[in-house]
Design a protein around this ligand. Structure first.
Ligand SMILES: [Fe+2]
Ligand SMILES: [Fe+2]
Length: 260
């Protein structure tokens, strides 16, 4: 890896906060007050309020549902945004970078409004115009475009910045039964089964140990652990690369057993 794509290192640890930070999905992590955020530039709340973002994400979710995918709507967008912000904040990155990571993560699957195939790249281009209209500085837009475009393992995505690495880990760790849309468990495919089997997912970050951990509780009566690996191994490998970009190791813990 060249110096040009090394992740920027966070600032010195100047807090007395406990080392290990835990993130349960679906609760929000605030990095600073709204007044502070406004001074620095547009925020995630501004992006969420944009009509194009609302309609495109809603339509993307309907369209992925029509072709049999799990939930890809506002719930997944919010969970990913929250996770990406949490990861960078826990590692000591500055508040503005945390905000940018949250915005990129919120928008990462919007390209599904065009097609599933290449949705990462189309999403980046869709995001560009919206983010520029909302007044984000060009450098931040560029960072977010790279993060959105590089989030998919099967579209050649790779971590290209700290923001991109955080988006990858947050996205890939959102596996949960609430994402399954197929109402009939008898016709579950492997993706439905694995997602349905996950009853809890949590990201943990230890800045001191330089370790990012994804902890899952899997109901093995619904899906054996092997099925999880069958479909999630490429995602976990990309998550590990993303963690390494952030100068961390990556661990996967399922039902209290470390598997990666
Ligand atoms: Fe995606
Ligand atoms: Fe996603």
């Amino acid at each position: 890896m060249t110096d040009a794509i090394q992740a920027p290192r966070p600032g010195p640890d100047d807090t007395n906060a406990p080392d290990e930070q835990k993130k349960v999905h679906r609760t929000e992590t605030k990095t600073r007050t709204p007044v502070e955020a406004k001074r620095e530039g547009p925020t995630l709340d501004v992006v969420k309020g944009d009509e194009r973002v609302k309609v495109f994400i809603r339509s993307a979710n309907q369209q992925t549902g029509a072709i049999g995918y799990t939930e890809h709507g506002e719930r997944h967008a919010n969970t990913s945004a929250d996770g990406a912000r949490f990861i960078l904040k826990s590692l000591g990155h500055d508040a503005r970078r945390c905000e940018i990571a949250a915005v990129a993560a919120y928008l990462h699957d919007m390209g599904n409004v065009v097609t599933r195939e290449k949705h990462a790249q189309t999403g980046a281009l869709l995001a560009k115009d919206i983010l520029m209209d909302l007044g984000f500085p060009l450098e931040e837009v560029a960072t977010m475009m790279g993060a959105v475009a590089n989030h998919e393992e099967d579209e050649g995505g790779l971590p290209v910045s700290a923001v991109s690495a955080a988006v990858i880990i947050a996205d890939k760790s959102d596996v949960h039964r609430s994402r399954v849309r197929n109402p009939k468990s008898t016709s579950f495919d492997i993706h439905d089964r694995v997602n349905y089997a996950v009853t809890a997912s949590e990201i943990k970050v230890s800045r001191k140990e330089k370790l990012i951990t994804l902890e899952l509780a899997v109901d093995t009566e619904v899906s054996p652990i092997m099925e999880y690996f069958e479909i999630f191994l490429p995602r976990m490998m990309l998550s590990r690369r993303a963690a390494e970009f952030l100068h961390c190791n990556f661990a996967l813990v399922i039902n209290n057993t470390r598997l990666l």
